[in-house]
Ligand binder design. Sequence first.
Ligand code: SF4
Ligand code: SF4
Length: 186
Amino acid sequence: MTLLIDRRVINGSKIDGKLADDMTKAGLDRIRSCIQCGTCTGSCPAGRRTAYRTRQLIRKALLGLREEVLSDPNLWLCSTCGTCTERCPRKIDVTEAILYLRNLSCQAGYMRPEHQGVSHKLIETGHAVPIDDPKWSKMREELGLDPLPPTVHSYPKAVKEIQHIIKQTGFDKLVNYKESKKDGKT
Ligand code: SF4
Ligand code: SF4
């Protein structure tokens, strides 16, 4: 009997060799030199208290387990502190690699609802975290600051400009703005 091994599949997940190529083209070519030493995982403050394992993520990305990597909620546990990048013996910009994978994850429709909510705030107010409670303005004054920062809060007409830019770049579609509005989720 001939035993056939399908090298396009690992543990039931399809291999997409293009993922490593995409990362290389995006300037993350050093990622191919990863020796799986685990320094990134060992240094990672996010991995200390969660199931997030940086080394594993890099390995899966290199193996081409695209869907598994992009749909993994652990991808969002990285705080982008940069420690892994500082300590990687192969000088891989691990943090940038994670940010790149997050971008792909959003484009593939795996954006977290919380992140969508923050993006919707940005579209509506020009701030991801707006001053939407008078107590914040009061606290600013107590600290000797103007009640509102010199941003769209002080120049409300600029919100329209931000919304124009967001529309032109397609960011509203990426974060499912209109559809979620229709659904009454925001
Ligand atoms: S520290 Fe660098 S070489 Fe080591 S596993 Fe992490 S990415 Fe790979
Ligand atoms: S940048 Fe992210 S993956 Fe790297 S050490 Fe910090 S939290 Fe961990």
